[in-house]
Design a protein around this ligand. Structure first.
Ligand code: FAD
Ligand code: UDP
Length: 375
């Protein structure tokens, strides 16, 4: 039996903890927050009773059957399709850009083939290999749709010019020439009926896990055979090579009677509006929304994270990537610790990828431990 410390009780930490404990190892899980679930934490809003995604809206979507099957073991998922609305210059559209967006925006009634040719004509064909967000947008949808939906929103979200951001950020979003308004292309999508925290709680519900909340790794005095660290990699090394840049979010909560905006998420694309979006959380749980007479909403503001702020989105520009490489080199030379998850690897990871990577990390360590036992 070996002793493990798992730093962080989000999906990454909970999964590693479960499987090590099932193998009979001594497992301590620490999280400095007063709750489990990491950034996916959900809780009932005390005033309205609505299930709230405390650190921003989370929709489970994946093409990975292993991750999908895995989460189904720990709670019931309700069918849920993410459909996002966007306001630009006082008009409401649907996102991602689809045939309805195109027809409404240009005041046309085109069919798929016509719209495709129309957009291809607008797209900048001189850009063969887009190097930035802006080049990606201009080569994909042309200047008008880019200006209306992406330019201002992206400046608010990232605090940078779209010319400075990588093309990969926009590649996450589909462009469709039909009326499909599903925000994601993945075959599996859903929302946990009792929230994400309940899923994580069920993952952690095995004998042999010592869970300590309100407890930072840095405050521990015990020694462990191995540590899985899902906190920020630069923090583990006391920021000795500098601080990796993050965007943080501020949420402005407000309550209304009944239904406030008629849908879960509305993006505000104009820069004259300081927030990026409003989320109305009762719409993330349509199966129970009739139960609540009131509704709770959050305006979301993005800004550069200061030292005391919650790190949300890794910025990952050239300088950060260089610093990250140095931290990764440091991590490789450090024995007895593995870095995992969104903060441990400083990548924007969706939940499904987090889950798959945690399962793979466990498989690797398990194989090593079995090998040690048989040697
Ligand atoms: P986290 O959830 O961040 O957990 C890390 C935990 O470690 C935290 O609880 C923290 O308190 C703890 N910790 C850190 N350092 C220490 C320390 N030194 N000592 C003790 N505890 C420590 N994914 C999707 O699939 N769909 C979505 O719709 C989606 N929406 C998102 C929206 C936003 C606004 C953001 C920011 C992310 C979104 N994600 C979404 C991504 C999702 O949040 C991550 O994939 C997931 O949270 C990663 O889990 P994790 O366990 O790696 O990290
Ligand atoms: N984006 C935008 N306008 C929108 C929605 C998204 O400009 O209405 C840009 C923005 O830069 C964002 C990126 O597209 O970071 C990817 O969108 P996604 O919905 O994946 O954003 P995230 O999950 O990062 O909030």
């Amino acid at each position: 039996m070996k002793s493990f410390c798992i730093v962080g009780a989000g999906f990454s930490g909970a999964i590693i903890a479960r499987h090590l404990a099932e193998r009979g190892h001594k497992v301590t899980v620490v999280d400095e927050r007063p709750h489990i679930g990491g950034n996916c934490h959900t809780e009932r809003d005390a005033e309205t009773g609505v299930m709230v995604h405390k650190y921003g809206p989370h929709i489970f979507h994946t093409a990975d059957k292993r991750a999908w099957d895995y989460v189904q073991r720990f709670g019931k998922f309700q069918p849920y399709v993410n459909r996002v609305k966007a306001i630009s210059k006082d008009r409401v559209y649907t996102l991602p850009v689809n045939l309805l967006t195109i027809n409404q925006f240009f005041g046309t009634t085109m069919g798929p083939k016509e719209a495709r040719a129309f957009i291809e004509d607008k797209a900048d064909r001189s850009i063969q290999a887009p190097r930035s967000f802006e080049e990606q947008a201009l080569s994909m949808i042309g200047p008008e749709l880019y200006r209306a939906f992406f330019h201002g929103y992206t400046r608010k979200q990232w605090g940078l010019e779209p010319t400075e951001l990588p093309a990969s950020i926009l590649k996450r979003l589909p462009l469709r020439f039909n009326y499909d308004d599903n925000y994601f292309n993945h075959p599996y999508q859903g929302m946990p009926e009792d929230g994400y925290t309940s899923i994580v709680q069920n993952i952690l519900a095995v004998e042999g896990i010592d869970l300590r909340l309100d407890c930072s790794f840095e405050s521990l005095e015990e020694k462990y055979d191995h540590v899985f660290y899902t906190g920020p990699i630069d923090r583990y090394f006391q920021f000795r090579l500098g601080r990796l840049g993050y965007r943080t979010l501020d949420f402005e909560r407000f309550v209304d009677e009944g239904d406030h905006q008629g849908t879960a998420v509305i993006n505000y694309c104009d820069e004259s509006v300081p927030f990026t979006r409003i989320s109305e959380h009762k719409h993330f749980a349509p199966w129970e929304q009739e139960k609540f007479s009131q509704t709770v909403c959050f305006r979301e503001y993005s800004r550069l994270a200061g030292e005391q702020d919650i790190p949300y989105y890794p910025i990952r520009l050239v300088n950060e990537k260089k610093m990250l490489d140095s931290y990764i080199a440091l991590a490789k030379s450090e024995s007895g610790v593995s870095f995992l998850g969104r903060l441990g690897t400083y990548r924007y990871l969706d939940m499904d990828v987090t889950i798959t990577e945690a399962l793979s990390a466990f498989d690797q360590i398990d194989a090593l431990l079995q090998h040690d036992n048989s040697a």
